[in-house]
Design a protein around this ligand. Structure first.
Ligand SMILES: Nc1nc2c(ncn2[C@@H]2O[C@H](COP(=O)(O)OP(=O)(O)OP(=O)(O)O)[C@@H](O)[C@H]2O)c(=O)[nH]1
Ligand SMILES: [Mg+2]
Length: 204
C-alpha cells in the first residue's frame, strides 16, 4: 500500500479545517476547533491503487502545536497551501510558506523531486469582499510550480474533492519519478564492486 502524507497549511482562519473536513466527510459544519492539531487517516482507492492517506491539519496556536513547520516540511509528501481571497494578509502568509517549501535547503534534504503543492484561494463565495485577484493567485502558483484553484469550502464539495485528488495524483507521480532516479539495489551494488575492484585492477 502507498502512503501519502499531505499537510494543509495557511494563515489563521483561512479554512484549512473546513477544507479538510469537507474532503473527508463532504460536509461543512461552520465552526472548527482550532486549539489542537489533527492527523486524519483515510484509506482510499485511487486509480486502482490502495492508498493510506494522512492529512495533517495544524493547530493555529503555536504553543499547543506539536509539529514545527520544519518537521512538517520534512514529513509531508504534498502541500495544500490555503489563503482567504477576502484577506490580503493571508495571501502574504501563503506566499511566505511557498518560498519556504521551495527554498533549496528544504527541497534538498529529502527530496529527489520537488514536492507536490496546490495553492488554494478559499472563500470564493465571499468574492464581493475580494482582496486578492484570481490572476495574483494564478501567477504566484505558476512562478513556484504549484497547481492553483479558487474554491469555497462552504459551498463546494466536488471542487474540494478534485483539488485533493489532484495533489494526491501529483504526489504519486513524484514518487514514481523518484523510483526511476534511484538506482536499483543490485545496480548500485554492481557499481560499488566495480568501483572497488575495477580501480584496484587498474593500479596492479
Ligand atoms: N464564507 C466562508 N467561510 C468559510 C469558508 N471556509 C471556512 N470558512 C469559515 O472561516 C472560519 C475559519 O475556518 P477554519 O476551517 O476553522 O479555518 P482554519 O484555517 O482551520 O483556522 P485555524 O485552525 O484557526 O487556523 C470558520 O468560521 C469557517 O466557517 C468558506 O469557503 N467560505
Ligand atoms: Mg483549523
Amino acid at each position: 500500500m502507498n502512503d501519502v502524507k499531505l499537510a494543509v497549511l495557511g494563515g489563521v482562519g483561512t479554512g484549512k479545517s473546513a477544507l479538510t473536513v469537507r474532503f473527508l466527510t463532504k460536509r461543512f459544519i461552520g465552526e472548527y476547533a482550532s486549539n489542537f492539531e489533527s492527523i486524519y487517516n483515510k484509506y482510499l482507492d485511487f486509480e486502482g491503487k490502495q492508498l493510506n492517506l494522512e492529512i495533517h491539519d495544524p493547530c493555529s496556536q503555536p504553543q499547543k502545536a506539536k509539529f514545527s513547520l520544519t518537521r512538517e516540511l520534512h514529513w509531508a509528501d504534498g502541500f495544500v497551501i490555503v489563503y482567504d481571497i477576502s484577506d490580503r494578509s493571508s495571501f502574504a502568509f501563503a506566499k511566505a510558506l511557498i518560498y519556504r517549501i521551495r527554498e533549496p535547503q528544504t527541497s534538498h534534504c529529502k527530496r529527489a523531486v520537488e514536492s507536490a503543492m496546490v495553492l488554494v484561494g478559499n472563500k470564493q463565495d465571499l468574492c464581493h469582499m475580494r482582496e486578492v485577484g484570481w490572476e495574483e493567485g494564478q501567477k504566484l502558483a505558476l512562478d513556484h510550480r504549484c497547481q492553483f484553484c479558487e474554491l469555497s469550502a462552504a459551498e463546494q464539495s466536488l471542487e474540494v474533492e478534485l483539488m485533493f485528488l489532484k495533489v494526491i495524483k501529483d504526489v504519486l507521480t513524484n514518487s514514481k519519478l523518484k523510483e526511476k532516479r534511484r538506482p536499483s539495489g543490485s545496480k548500485s551494488m554492481a557499481k560499488l564492486i566495480n568501483n572497488v575492484f575495477g580501480k584496484r585492477r587498474k593500479s596492479v
